[in-house]
Ligand binder design. Sequence first.
Ligand SMILES: *Cc1c(COP(=O)(O)O)cnc(C)c1O
Length: 355
Amino acid sequence: MKWEENVRKVVPYVPGEQPNRPDMVKLNTNECPYPPAPGVEKVMREFDYSKLRLYPDTQATALAEALAEYYGVKKEQVFVGVGSDDVLAMSFLTFFNSDRPILFPDITYSFYDVWAELFKIPYKTIPLSEDFRIVPEDYKVENGGVIFPNPNAPTGILESLDHIEEIIKANQDVVVIVDEAYIDFGGESALPLLEKYENVLVVQTFSKSRAMAGSRIGFAIGNEKLISYLNDAKFSFNSYTMDSLTIQLGAAAVKDDEYFKEITGKVVKTREWTKEELKKLGFSFEDSKSNFIFATHKERKAEDIFNYLKSKDIFVRYFKKPRIDNYLRISIGTDKEMEILIRELTAYLKGAEND
Ligand SMILES: *Cc1c(COP(=O)(O)O)cnc(C)c1O
């Protein structure tokens, strides 16, 4: 058809499946196994539904203020979006506007190349080292912007702040985005670097460490000028992104720091236990500082293990992609869920010895 020639054609990002089986163990999309902070439930119960009649606050002020206070920045330095995917997409559109290619790792969050394609942004992927590390030296080439997650996904590897700063220092003529979706599980945020560099944008999400993937809350913190450009793009696209209930739910979550520390601490503890158990079973992995472990087995194929686990209603993530097609990304669930996983893996690997 002739009209099809004018259609913007994209190969979309493929999210992890959202199966819904009664006794499943869902370890495939890095959600938090615990509920959101109790204050979130209270806000939800007490929310005056008649308010839905009105448009929401376009600036999500209550949430932006709570975040500003929590992170010790001005509210003008905070941008809020419908999940960090929304924040990141808007940031690609706003900041990556050069003829030179933007740079990101070859193994990373698989939405980056999708946005680059969608917005027709030239890009170049920089291979991670053999052991999946980001090599700062490789980012010292001409480019139109830089983005990477820290810890990286799906490897879970955290790079030190010195490492991150080396990349930023070499790229002060472009915007550098640090995607900190997993920073709350033992990482050191790049936020302090904002005082030194005005071209850095730190993006975080409520989906993992704040147990609110279903509410879709993400945010960026950066220099006021950077944030104002981001707002200009957002207001040229869709002013009313976050709904009025979610704004309040998010603010309530930020205000309960004790609960936040409790659940992230629990996830970290369970992660360390799981690492030990996986090692005993013959898995190997780089040290994860996120809420998942990216593991490979010395004898069994990742895809076979993936399929076996799935047959037992245990869902993990498998990426059939170059360099990582023998790895499984296993989200950290509750202690009980991880025990079930280890039990099934043990049964599978023992059975494998016999056949
Ligand atoms: C999960 C994730 C996101 C997106 O999270 P939202 O649910 O959209 O907030 C962004 N970047 C990375 C690296 C992620 O893993």
